[in-house]
Ligand binder design. Structure first.
Ligand SMILES: C[S@@+](CC[C@H](N)C(=O)[O-])C[C@H]1O[C@@H](n2cnc3c(N)ncnc32)[C@H](O)[C@@H]1O
Length: 148
């Protein structure tokens, strides 16, 4: 299941169709800041999504994901994170300016993301090593309780 804004979901639907994937891939259009996400996945991925949003929006998205997962379901969160050891200034300057230009969102440390993920109702939060952490760092977490 893919969830994105309606116009983006429509493009994805067309791509699924031309790739012969309509039997197993479904695109859902909506606004993850307001709408429920489709229920029934056992893993949900947020790839380069949370850093585009301020804390209020980030928490709303994470809670929506939590509501869409059963207890024990897995969240996979991948994005560039702030304060990567050895690349602090490069990462913070590049992604700081990128998000400043966008007008919202912020680069967050893995620690801060873990706090938000926990607040949204996840536990067993782990940081997974990646080959290019400056570009993509990775957290996984399990849904442990209903979101507040
Ligand atoms: C930086 S892109 C990442 C997309 C993809 N995961 C990737 O890595 O290429 C952020 C995505 O969030 C979607 N998005 C932004 N605001 C949204 C909203 N309110 N509801 C649903 N999707 C939204 C955008 O349309 C875009 O596809």
């Amino acid at each position: 299941m893919l969830f994105d804004l309606p116009a983006v979901a429509e493009r994805a639907r067309q791509r699924f169709q031309s790739a012969g994937l309509t039997g197993r891939a479904h695109a859902h259009g909506g606004d993850f800041l307001q709408d429920d996400l489709p229920y029934g996945a056992d893993i949900a991925s947020l790839v380069r999504v949370i850093h585009d949003h301020n804390d209020g929006g980030a928490l709303r998205i994470l809670r929506a994901v939590r509501r869409a997962l059963p207890v024990g379901g897995v969240l996979l969160l991948a994005e560039p994170m702030a304060a990567m050891r050895g690349a602090e200034t490069v990462g913070d300057a590049y992604f700081g300016f990128y998000l400043l230009a966008m007008g919202r969102g912020r680069p967050r440390t893995a620690q801060r993301l873990m706090e938000l993920v926990r607040e949204a109702g996840f536990g067993d939060i782990r940081r997974i090593a990646t080959d290019m952490p400056l570009q993509t760092a990775l957290l996984t977490a399990r849904a442990v309780r209903k979101p507040d």
